[in-house]
Design a protein around this ligand. Structure first.
Ligand SMILES: C[S@@+](CC[C@H](N)C(=O)[O-])C[C@H]1O[C@@H](n2cnc3c(N)ncnc32)[C@H](O)[C@@H]1O
Length: 279
């Protein structure tokens, strides 16, 4: 029987609780979906495994509120972080809520660029992260190839590019998943899937206890890229080797949160994997 490791594709990690007064979409988003420290640890471990040594300069593409950049400079005095995002709204939120929590010295090691990842000019990075499937917004092969070429060109000689993808038959039809937190419920809705184009529409909804659901707080109009497509495009973009990190499975068939480099996957109704390229 195929396993369903990923009941909540955008909710694989952090389930911290805490109370907030006003509805703050980014605060609920980070609690439901993100885990910057875990991402930094994965970046560090993967670089060490593939390139040896410690990465110092981390670049966060599609950085949004740039939580990973802030976590990265906290980890070590020698670490520097560069975040790139097109949208001023999450950047301002990150500046007011996360950058402001750093010491002046830590904050001085974070650089945020409001620009497109397709043409931003930033210093070369040891490790570049593009997480939470953000590049799925590029629906054309030529566009995604251009992005992977930029990501490759932006790496130091032993640099590593880490991105993620999800899929499985559960992602080929409309469905709604939910996760209950102490004070709110998070909904990940797949509204549609088109097998002709592999395009799919997703929404995030939140419902706080005692309140009506807030619908479509975030919407994603994506192309579901497959792992072989991604690896072929990365090779074409110049990456000398690509790897897939596949999640281990608990006895009950759920993902266990531990990702290991594999040559072969396994049947799975819903999966998330890291796709990694060596410069
Ligand atoms: C799904 S959010 C990801 C936020 C965060 N990285 C995370 O892991 O949750 C996608 C982000 O990509 C940004 N974005 C979209 N197109 C972009 C582009 N061409 N260059 C840079 N950022 C872009 C959006 O503004 C948005 O903040």
């Amino acid at each position: 029987m195929a396993k369903d490791k990923k009941k909540n594709k955008k909710n694989r990690k952090n389930k911290k609780s805490g109370k907030l007064e006003a509805f703050d979409k980014y605060a609920y988003y980070i609690r439901a979906v993100q885990s910057p420290e875990v991402d930094c640890q994965f970046a560090s471990d993967t670089y060490k495994e593939l390139s040896g040594g410690r990465p110092r300069i981390l670049r966060e593409d599609f950085c949004g509120t740039f939580g990973i950049c802030c976590a990265w400079v906290r980890r070590n005095k020698a670490n520097r972080a560069i975040g790139i995002d097109l949208d001023n709204e999450p950047i301002t939120y990150g500046t007011e809520h996360y950058l402001s929590e750093l010491s002046e010295e830590q904050a001085s090691r974070v650089t945020i660029k409001q620009a497109s990842v397709l043409d931003a000019r930033v210093p070369k990075a040891d490790v570049t992260l593009a997480l939470n499937f953000s590049f799925f917004l590029f629906k054309k092969r030529a566009e995604l190839l251009q992005y992977f070429k930029r990501a490759h060109a932006g790496l130091s000689p032993k640099g590593v590019f880490i991105t993620d993808a999800f899929g499985g038959k559960d992602c080929q039809e409309g469905n709604m998943e939910h996760t209950k937190f102490e004070d709110f419920t998070y909904f990940w809705e797949q509204k549609s899937f088109d097998p002709v184009t592999n395009e799919a529409l997703f929404h995030i909804h939140f419902k706080r206890k005692g309140e009506k659901a807030r619908r479509k707080v975030f919407t994603y109009d994506w192309r579901m890229w497959t792992i072989p497509e991604l690896r072929e495009l990365m090779a074409e973009a110049g990456f000398k080797r690509t790897h897939v990190y596949w999640e281990g499975t608990t006895r009950s068939g759920e993902g266990n949160g531990e990702f290991k480099r594999v040559e072969k996957g396994e049947e799975c109704d819903g999966w998330v994997a890291y796709i990694v390229g060596e410069a």
